[in-house]
Structures are given as structure tokens and as C-alpha cells.
Design a protein around this ligand. Sequence first.
Ligand code: ATP
Length: 225
Amino acid sequence: MLHIIMGGTFDPVHNGHLRVAVELREQLGAAVVHLMPSNVPPHRQQPGASPDQRLHMLRLAVANEPGLQVDDRELRLATTSYTAETLRALRQDLGQQQAVALVLGMDAFMGLPDWHEAHSILRQGHVIVVERPEHPLDSRSEAGQWLRAHETDDIRQLETRPAGYMLLARPPLLAISATAIRERVAAGRSIRYLLPDAVRDYIQQQGLYRQGATESPLADTVPDQ
Ligand code: ATP
């Protein structure tokens, strides 16, 4: 059985993430997709929500969907976690023979060769690259060459080996980003139907992402109830 992991900041999780996870789970015939929120290194812009809040929003989002589960192993570590190390830890739990696949959007995938111990990532898992219209594949880039060297278009092959294949997936995509959601909250605009209602209610309750509202012409608009 393929063990699928989708990492991200999830600041906040939204229907774009959730639909991709559900589509991939069905296309790949997996029982579960594991959503794994990551720590953000101190030198990068920090999320608007705390690690606990990001985790809570993910748990609210998947509460009634047994096919999606939250894996908090990276947030449980106090330090920034590298994907290569996370996969090693996962291998200790799962053993060396289980097939593991890491889901990356094309934007994230293009940066993969620069990640810490990038080659080790491919030795420990498959990579499923999700095409995104606003981030076309640059086939001359190093990531593009990796894709050509390791690509399979046969989903079933991912289960025949524990690691090492790359698959280009083209699930239907929703044009939603966490950045756009945060901007909408800051501007006092509605975020309804972009993410689960329970997550939207939590964002309102906790007063998340409102900073910057004073800079917006829509700042006085009553937030969506
Ligand atoms: P931000 O706008 O803050 O950069 P994001 O919405 O892109 O956030 P992340 O948490 O950074 O979300 O993304 C986690 C993963 O989900 C990444 O691999 C990203 O490419 C993918 N992803 C994000 N939004 C979508 C979407 N609408 N459709 C498909 N994949 C998405």
C-alpha cells in the first residue's frame, strides 16, 4: 500500500489542498493521504498562524474524512525539519519496503534540487509532482532533468518499489492559495467556500490574519459570518 504524504505550510489549509489530496488518493488507490504541516525556518517569513493553530485548522478540515489524516511529526520537533530527515524517521516507523510518495506542487518541485540532502529524498521515497498552470515545468532546469530521468506514467509502478520514481499528476485544480485567503481576511472580505466552514469559523474566532487590515480600503467591511 502506497503511503502518500503531502507537506506544506497550511497557513491556512484550504480546499485547493484538500481537493488535490482527495483526487490523488483516488487516482493512486491509496487508503489515506497524510497532510504534514512543516515548521518554517527562522530566516523565512513566519506564518500568520502559530504551529498549534495551523495544526488545529488541519484537524478541523479533515475531521469527517477518514481518507485524509494529519501527521504532526515535523511540528512536534522544536527545530526546522528537513524532508530528508522526516523521510528517514518515517522509514523507521514503516520499514524499508513500504512504498512512500511525497506530493509536491510544481512550484515546490522546481526548488527540490537545492533542498538539504535532495538525492536522499529520492532514495527514500517517490515524488508525485502536481502540475500547476501558473508554474509551468522548466524541462531544462535541474528539477526538470530529474523528472525525465526518473519519470513513470504508470501509477501502479509506484507500488512495486519503495522509492525512486517520479510521477507527473494532473488532478483538477482549484485556483485557491493560502496567500489569497490571508489577504482576503486582512481586507475584511469573505473567504467562504474557499476552505471548510469549520476552518473559517476558527480563523474568525482566533482573529487570525487580520493584521494589515488597516492598510486595506475594505478594512471596515464587516467580516463574512
Ligand atoms: P501560500 O499561498 O502561503 O504559499 P499555498 O496555498 O501555496 O500557500 P502551501 O501550504 O504552501 O499552500 O502548499 C502546500 C502544497 O500544496 C504545495 O505543494 C503547493 O504547491 C500545493 N498547493 C497549494 N495550493 C494548491 C492548489 N490550489 N492546488 C493544488 N496544489 C496546491
